[in-house]
Design a protein around this ligand. Sequence first.
Ligand SMILES: Cc1cc2nc3c(=O)[nH]c(=O)nc-3n(C[C@H](O)[C@H](O)[C@H](O)COP(=O)(O)OP(=O)(O)OC[C@H]3O[C@@H](n4cnc5c(N)ncnc54)[C@H](O)[C@@H]3O)c2cc1C
Length: 354
Amino acid sequence: MRWDEAQEFPRAVFRKLGELGFLGILFPEAYGGSGLSYLDYAAIVEEIARVDGSVALALAAHNSLGSNHIFQFGTETQRQRYMPRLTSGEWLAAWGLTEPEAGSDSGGTKTTAVRDGSEWVLNGSKNFITNASVAGVAVLMAVTDSSKGRHGISSFIVELDNPGIRVGKKENKLGMRASDTCTLVMEDCRIPAENLLGRLGDGWVDSMTILDGGRIGIAALSVGIARGAYEAALAYSRERRQFGRPICEFEAIRFYLAEMATEIDAARLLTERAAAAKEAGEPVTRFSAQAKLYASEAAVRITDRALQIHGGYGFIKDFPVEKFYRDVKLCTIGEGTSEIQKLVIAKSILSDAS
Ligand SMILES: Cc1cc2nc3c(=O)[nH]c(=O)nc-3n(C[C@H](O)[C@H](O)[C@H](O)COP(=O)(O)OP(=O)(O)OC[C@H]3O[C@@H](n4cnc5c(N)ncnc54)[C@H](O)[C@@H]3O)c2cc1C
């Protein structure tokens, strides 16, 4: 709560997460990673989110967006340079697709990258970037050929001590306030030609692959926050007495608890299905969108019920439930809104049908 009120990113916690191997969950030991699976990853994100959504969000953005993009699409030289620093936590990773005019429509990226001899020169800005002011490196998407639409967007690795990139506005947020969310501004930001990540023109397509994995993390984040709120409400309902008995003896409260527990299990099962498919190398776009859609919307309902079970005490900051209620809303927005998940799911259903 102290970090939340001060909007303070808990750096000391991230040093410990690095020591525990939680900043390289998905990567092979050869790169300093923990060599764990997507199922393990989901379990770790859930357990951390059950206590603090902000830490889990920053951890998820580091592991499954920034670091994973470098690991999955990087050359061996790029992996060798960045992965050991990222898996140890020496550097955190940020990942920037969103721009002021390119949110859900991420193909509308305006940031440009122009080749100049042995360098690329980036100009533009990225907003709402998790870890932006605390990261050592960012993966950023920029237009390299404006005549090709989405297929003219490429990905780049930008080290954040580069004088051509600066951290802009830090957002003052409803929830997830201990996570770092800032704008990144590139003004003639020169990076070596070898910092192109993946193939020229594949940046947007690669980003969609990265989001397929990332959404499993947001689903797990939702399950964790929902569980934290549910567990607090369950305990409270057994202690709080009204009309001469614990409120958990009233049918209305029992039904809330039953619905919450069932939705948490359903959300986790969808998350685990997506994680298992990802681990098996099977198509995961639909499964991860379904997990993210259901888990995040269910988690919003569950934190609302948890607050209601607390009555007036749910509305004050002496109890943890109001923070879960605020934090969870991000889950229906980040890494694609619920509306965008429905478009993704419907596209998959209809293409299967035809
Ligand atoms: C705390 C936080 C952290 C974030 N971290 C990152 C990060 O690390 N990296 C990054 O790149 N981005 C990040 N984001 C950005 C996030 O992914 C975007 O906010 C999100 O994709 C939505 O884009 P937008 O905010 O521009 O909303 P818009 O796209 O403007 O959407 C506004 C509304 O219109 C709806 N809408 C838009 N298009 C359609 C459509 N075709 N059909 C139906 N409805 C539609 C949306 O669902 C939404 O309800 C973060 C955002 C937040 C708030």
